[in-house]
Design a protein around this ligand. Structure first.
Ligand code: GTP
Ligand code: SPV
Ligand code: MN
Length: 596
């Protein structure tokens, strides 16, 4: 098949890869519906995908990954910078030469008897000055069809690249999905990503975490911008004014849900609306007006399916009703639709669970089984989302008034607090902690430090990353205010106290009022906090002023314990001495406030 470009750098790189991978055939993905149709048919004929009910779910497909290949694999993810110092103490590192040699062994002949697909894609609007171009080669139709939803793919991307050698190289070979030889490797200095022996989302859709966070965070540091694991949303108030915020929560901690939230009845009645610009990744730059501006580099949502329903997130559910690929959810054999935990109260009786085994749904669940994998996902086009922002395709992005950090903490962290200033906000982000989730392989529910929700996604030394945050603060004349939230505080029985989901708007309202200096606050050891009566609880069942006092309480003893664990985490950065002095000072000041 004819190449979609005459670009020498591209063609030379491809030639090398073809020699190594030895595919039978090469197919350029030109972005045409015709080609996607052909690939869909092929994937259906081989059983790689299942066609769903085309009346209820037009254009929707189901895919199952190997049972050992259902989440990101952090222990097999590497940042291969020239030195270990550049990768830093929180990333796996291997000497690039050694890693390239290992990968060459795994890649050689890996596409024999297979087709190599070449996917030219743009992160952010094609041709925008802030967009970045990548080319992913893969032997998986699943990857092609997912990339077509998640990014902007096609010949126009190659046209936008022209003769430039400035593109991110991505190689993915599925091989036999052997977990022992699975590697997800970033070479930030070479603009290169290599993935092998996986066929699961975050490991293989290379535009997402590998490029738009790991490589982009490195580029952002060099070029003076930021790539963050953040949703972007706009809150339209009854005057029609829209104020934007970004929020960084770790994987499976509520970004997609917050980004698409539906205002509670009382707010709706007053005319509040929420607009989604992005649900996972934000690229942030200082605009000519001195504000921080954010774009979402993606074009779709790779969202967690379980828990998504008419009550929790009707917008996400609506987004999945057409043109969506479902991964590792259950199949309802009676009507050929999909099901996952908490979709509704009627698990299909006649079902294939996520691994493809035929089961009686209600019985299977009664015996402790899960019909869908906890990290099962939907890949849905952003345009499907009923609350997609009119600014979604604006290459300049949207101006950000508040940055929100948050995680899953059963105790310690209150519902919301505000940092004293930018540097204190960077400190608040750097000490983020959260219970681990099914989004990555490994134990679930263990509290770990996950600064800025970037622990698995920072493409360089995280101490230097903190330094970059401090430096960015100096370059933003009109800084957003920085906050921390926790939707996940539990009572003595382990139930979430705060209702969450749409009702989180009640907290965002306070955040925006603070961002625009429209309300005062209480100064505490950890930061500024709302007066309990300043969070609107009108129309909330079972939440009283006392509940709010509890949710907003600061337990100094718990925070003193937390300081011990913060120190332990910070001490990781001693080895290369990259923790900024500003953060050391913030920690000392915090300790002093707690000791008072
Ligand atoms: P990634 O795509 O992995 O980055 O996840 P995410 O941060 O977008 O998380 P998502 O919104 O998909 O939510 C993950 C899980 O948290 C789902 O099971 C949700 O139902 C649950 N969740 C989201 N928001 C809330 C909330 O406000 N309260 C509670 N209790 N649970 C929530
Ligand atoms: C996450 O784990 O944060 C995700 C899903 O958004 S993945 O694409 O697998 O990274
Ligand atoms: Mn994510």
């Amino acid at each position: 098949m004819a190449a979609l470009t005459q670009n020498k750098a591209v063609l030379t790189w491809l030639d090398e890869q073809v020699k190594m991978l030895q595919p039978d055939e090469i197919v350029w993905i030109d972005g045409s519906e015709e080609l996607y149709d052909k690939l869909r048919k092929e994937a259906l004929s081989t059983g790689e995908m299942t066609l769903l009910n085309q009346e209820k779910l037009p254009g929707c497909l189901l895919h199952r990954t190997a049972p050992n290949d259902v989440a990101r694999v952090e222990d097999r993810t590497f940042i291969c910078a020239p030195t270990r110092k550049e990768a830093g103490p929180t990333n796996n590192w291997m000497d690039p030469k050694e890693m390239y040699a290992k990968l060459k062994g795994l890649y050689t002949g890996a596409m024999k008897g297979r087709t190599m697909y070449v996917i030219p894609y743009s992160m952010s609007v094609v041709g925008s000055p802030f967009a970045k171009i990548g080319i992913e080669i893969t032997d998986s139709i699943y990857v092609v069809l997912n990339m077509a939803i998640m990014t902007r793919v096609g010949k126009n991307v190659m046209d936008a690249l022209g003769d430039s050698p400035d593109f991110i190289k991505g190689i993915h070979a599925k091989k036999d999905v052997n977990p022992e030889d699975r590697y997800i490797v970033q070479f930030p200095q070479d603009n290169t990503i290599c993935s092998v022996n996986s066929a699961y989302g975050g490991n293989v859709l290379l535009g997402k975490k590998c490029f738009a966070l790991r490589i982009a965070s490195y580029l952002g540091r060099n070029e003076g911008w930021m790539a963050e694991h953040m949703l972007i949303l706009g809150i339209e108030n009854p005057n029609g004014e829209i104020r934007y915020l970004t929020a960084a929560f770790p994987s499976a901690c509520g970004k997609t849900n917050l980004a698409m939230l539906i205002p509670p009845e009382g707010y709706k009645a007053k005319g509040y609306k929420v607009w989604c610009v992005g649900d996972d990744i934000a690229w942030l730059r200082v605009g000519p007006d001195g504000r921080l501006w954010a774009v979402n580099p993606e074009n779709g949502f790779f969202g967690v399916a379980p828990g998504t329903n008419e009550g929790s997130n009707p917008n996400a559910l609506a987004a999945t009703r057409k043109g969506t690929i479902f991964t590792n959810v259950a199949l309802n054999l009676d009507d050929n639709t999909v099901w996952w935990e908490k979709l509704d109260k009627n698990p299909p009786v006649n079902a294939l669970e996520w691994k493809g085994e035929k089961v009686n749904g209600p019985e299977y669940i009664a015996n402790g089984g899960k019909l869908a994998h906890p990290n099962s996902r939907f890949t849905a086009p952003a345009v499907n989302c009923p609350c997609i922002s009119s600014e979604f395709n604006n290459p300049q992005g949207v101006p950000i008034s508040a940055i929100v950090f948050g995680g899953r903490r059963a105790k310690t962290a209150p519902l919301v607090y505000q940092s004293f200033d930018w540097n204190h906000g960077v400190f608040v982000g750097s000490i983020m902690a959260s219970e681990t989730t099914a989004a990555a392989a490994g134990a679930v529910g263990v509290v770990r430090r996950d600064p800025m929700a970037m622990l698995p996604f920072c493409g360089y030394n995280m101490g230097d990353y903190f330094g970059h945050w401090i430096e960015m603060g100096k370059k933003i004349p009109h800084q957003p205010k920085i906050f921390n939230v926790n939707w996940f505080r539990t009572d003595d029985e382990g139930n979430f106290i705060w209702p969450g989901f749409g009702d989180n708007l009640r907290v965002l309202e306070w955040i925006m009022k603070r961002a625009f200096d429209e309300i005062d606050a209480v100064e505490t050891e950890i930061g500024y906090m709302p007066k309990p009566e300043d969070i609107n609880i009108e129309g909330l069942d079972g939440i009283t002023l006392d509940t709010m006092k509890g949710l907003l309480s600061v337990d100094k003893e718990l925070w003193k314990e937390d300081v011990k664990s913060i120190k332990e985490f910070y001490s990781k950065f001693d080895e290369f001495d990259t923790l900024p002095a500003e953060l050391k000072k913030e920690l000392a000041d915090f300790e002093a406030r707690l000791a008072k």
